[in-house]
Design a protein around this ligand. Sequence first.
Ligand code: AMP
Ligand code: GLY
Length: 424
Amino acid sequence: MNVLVLGSGGREHAISWKIVQSPKINQLFIAPGNAGTASLGTNVALSVNDFDKIGHFILENDIDMLVVGPEDPLVRGIYDHFKKDGRFQHLAVIGPSSQAAMLEGSKDFAKSFMKKNNIPTAAYQSFSAAQIEEGIRFLEQQKPPYVLKADGLAAGKGVLICQSLEEAITELRAMLEGAKFGEASKKVVIEEFLEGVELSVFVLTDGKSYLILPEAKDYKRIGEGDTGLNTGGMGSISPVPFADKSFMKKVEDRIIKPTIKGLNEESISYQGFIFFGLINIQGEPFVIEYNARMGDPEAESVIPRIKTDLLDLFDGVAKGTLNKKSIAIDKRFTAAIFLVSGGYPEDYEKGKQISGLDKVNHSIVFHAGTTRGAQDKIYTNGGRVIAITSYGNTMKEALDLSYANAALVEFDKKYYRNDLGFDL
Ligand code: AMP
Ligand code: GLY
């Protein structure tokens, strides 16, 4: 099979790392990719949202399967773009239709879908600019903290948690009237604040059947002890000790099954990953959000625990034969630690030379914001630079190994959190 993976993060490096282990792979291309994916296949300078150019590349290179990493092209309809064009009849697209990707692309859609299907989630109400006064009155009836969510995609920044009513009203106005998040905040979901420990659960589905992948815990805040600004993710750990058999059964019965059933009842076709962002409230799982893709940095700990041929599973997704497949999971723990550029998630510098990668031993290096320069030197090219993933028989063993190797990779102003797993 010739495969094109879209994206340039650690997630896409992890997916590519797994794909090249498949006996089914012929040629692998990654667009645009990073310095890490360049060592597994051929990077192609294409933007993930330039569907026409991607289409030309697919035809010219006899691509059989397109694996879509990030949400943006999914929400913009990349699946539909290729499915409606006869020239791409034989192209397998791993990633949902734009309608299905609304589970991530519209918080209002996701909330009403959950409500309709009795899927446990925070109580909520949605407001448009014309309903701002009702929104304020609704806020006045709630208790702090107040959770405000821009309806559309806002690069992970569209959720605000406000401690005071005054701040919540100011932010609601900024979102609805001031277009704080542009088009994305033309509608705002106000919801009940939930308190618990978060975790990420993933399934791969062909729309009818599904396979549950290993779950993971993601560390979103920049600072130790989960303090400071939100980031794209500072690392991840899998499995999550509190997600035991009984908890995961609740997740499957109350959340996964009703989600697949609900999609079918609305005739929404879904071929790809569903990411359930969950919160554990005293042993009961609630949905915080859906995403229409794999998580990042979760992929960097989850994918290494999948023992089954991922390309064969993708083939099952595309052909609707996932019910004939099964998944084998490595029992060991994995811990992925992100090395980031100093200053991230605010201003940071790029173009710093990375050294010490050759010293990393017994860990996997997944690249994210990296690029290859002259003489094969590798430079930083983003905020999140490299994830270091290790296996261990215990969580501590996996973390210790990742931390030992994280210390060996050097670049100017390198930063990472030293406390992953502190809450498990
Ligand atoms: P989201 O973009 O929906 O993942 O939200 C970003 C983060 O905001 C989540 O990972 C949670 O930490 C937090 N969050 C979102 N919704 C709620 C809620 N209803 N209660 C408490 N925290 C929330
Ligand atoms: N780790 C959270 C995400 O991928 O959205």
